[in-house]
Design a protein around this ligand. Structure first.
Ligand code: BG6
Length: 495
């Protein structure tokens, strides 16, 4: 990894929530593991008189909140490489100051560096910032053609299809598609990266990954946390936009796409874009059959809006208009203030001659990362009884290695210019096309908003009703994946 290209990472919003929770800890870990090049530099943009010591303090607090303590040598190294530029990003004239600072830093390292601009700021400011970066020629590396300028942006990429298109057009004025890295941190999670390898490197599964062998696929991303103070953001966004439009449709694409011609970024994106374009949104008159929305019962009070109809739980059933997946329902569910934090994909394998028998393959993305296959075997003994068992591969137990956090991977990939784990503009647009009809239907308020108890599994009955044609229920609370503390295997309910 020492071959990472030297770069200056400029962070807009260095004291913001994202920088505190994800970005700065990721930088600390990369520095600690000596993965950053010696000439790597960090520039923090702030207009609050922030100092380098303030940033180091944020890092210390963040690392200690994860139960670890900071290593002094790493902090000392970070202190040397961080510069703070005090500027108001809404004032165009102040960008020349930024350019001047970047030039000084480059001169001091004696080499030409890639310029990475990380916009950890509200998306409403993206256009203004990129416009100014362009006008100052910061959308080019310090020697045109030798080094590159790259732009990293965080979701939400728009609020709906029209605003997503507008954002894409605005950014294109200053940065090319090649330069734009749209972060979807779920793609950088280790188990998500394993989906394609697992699917295409194992003939047992690659040859049976279709409608003949698969009854249905379930994707769950449940969270125990509520909205954690992000009132303004969340009350306008809701669960469908927050997780399904981005992370979970990206996962669906990886699970259902065709084998790419090559496992390179271009071909993987081509295959993902192709499958996302084939995902059918529910027909306007079918949204109440195909979708469920809910809200946790303390939500309205938390956001101080007793009329809020923002969903904190969303479940959808989708179909894909592609011969391989004809008639196979894809279920996606997400919610906040639920019983457990779980992100997983479960693929139900069927035997058309014995529909009551299903084998579940679960790819657990977090926590307890692993892959588990539920099998049915003869229970040892004199009688012919059937028992459910699990064959598992658990990252922690089996590999005994820790894997990089998603944001470490994001930063490493942008430094090496690898766009595989970032979303393309076509993927973003295709995902909006899928969810927009649901957004319209939900706005009309014709569909019930189920209020569910905090720490429950959400509106269980309607959510399970979506699955009534198949197994009849979501399985997260039944399957126990890679849980080392579980004393015995849990029996799956077969319908
Ligand atoms: C973000 C959402 O993209 O992902 C948050 O905006 C959500 O609402 C978060 O809590 C979940 O990420 P993770 O990595 O904790 O599963």
């Amino acid at each position: 990894m020492r071959d990472l290209e030297p770069a200056i990472l400029t962070i807009f919003g260095i004291t913001g929530d994202l920088a505190k929770r994800k970005l700065l800890p990721a930088l600390y870990h990369l520095a600690h593991d000596k993965l950053l090049p010696d000439s790597f530099r960090i520039v923090g943009i702030s207009r609050r008189g922030t100092t380098v010591n303030d940033v180091l303090k944020i890092i210390e607090v963040s690392i200690s909140s994860s139960g670890k303590s900071c290593d002094k040598t790493t902090l000392a190294w970070l202190k040397k490489v961080i510069t703070i530029v005090d500027m108001d990003i809404t004032i165009p004239e102040q960008y020349s100051k930024l350019k001047h600072e970047l030039d000084i830093i480059e001169d001091s390292t004696g080499i030409c560096l890639n310029r990475l601009f990380y916009l950890a700021i509200p998306s409403t400011l993206f256009g203004a910032v990129t416009d100014r970066l362009g006008k100052e020629d910061l959308n080019n590396g310090c020697q045109h053609g030798v080094t590159e300028s790259r732009l990293l942006i965080e979701k939400p990429f728009g609020y709906d299809l029209a605003s997503a298109k507008e954002l894409i057009t605005t950014l294109k004025d200053s940065f090319t598609e090649k330069q734009i890295y749209r972060i979807d941190h779920y793609l950088a999670k280790e188990t998500v990266q394993n989906i394609l390898t697992f699917r295409f490197e194992n003939p047992l599964f690659s040859t049976s990954w279709d409608k003949t062998h698969i009854s249905h696929i379930m994707i769950t991303a449940s969270e125990e946390i509520g909205i954690e103070g992000r009132v303004t953001f969340y009350d306008q966004i809701g669960a469908l936009r927050d997780l399904i439009q981005s992370h979970l449709l990206q996962i669906l694409a990886l699970v259902t796409m065709d084998r790419p011609k090559n496992m390179d970024a271009i071909n993987i994106h081509k295959a993902k874009e192709a499958i996302l374009k084939k995902v059918l949104p529910p027909a306007a008159d079918m949204t109440s059959e195909e979708t469920v929305r809910g809200q946790y019962d303390s939500y309205k009070q938390e956001v101080g809006n007793k009329h809020s109809t923002t969903e904190t739980f969303a479940a959808v059933r989708l179909y894909i208009d592609e011969p391989r997946w004809q008639g196979v329902p894809m279920f996606i569910r997400t919610g906040k203030a639920l019983a457990e934090k779980v992100t997983e994909i479960t693929v139900a394998f069927k035997d058309s001659k014995a529909p009551e028998c299903l084998n579940y393959l679960t790819i657990r993305i977090q926590p307890n990362e692993g892959i588990v296959l539920n099998l049915r075997i003869k229970k040892p003994g004199f009688n012919q009884q059937v028992e459910d068992v699990q064959m598992d591969f658990c990252y922690n137990e089996k590999l005994g290695v820790s894997h990089p956090d998603a944001y470490e991977r994001v930063l490493v990939d942008v430094m090496r210019g690898d766009k595989t784990l970032f979303a393309t503009s076509n993927e973003v647009l295709a995902s909006w096309e899928i969810i927009e009809p649901i957004l319209y239907a939900w706005q009309s308020d014709r569909q019930p908003l189920y209020i569910y108890k905090n720490n429950s599994w959400g509106p269980e009955e309607p959510a399970n009703n979506l699955l009534k044609e198949v197994s009849g229920e979501w399985l997260t609370d039944i399957l126990h994946v890679c849980n080392v503390h579980l004393p015995e295997l849990t029996t799956i309910k077969h319908k």
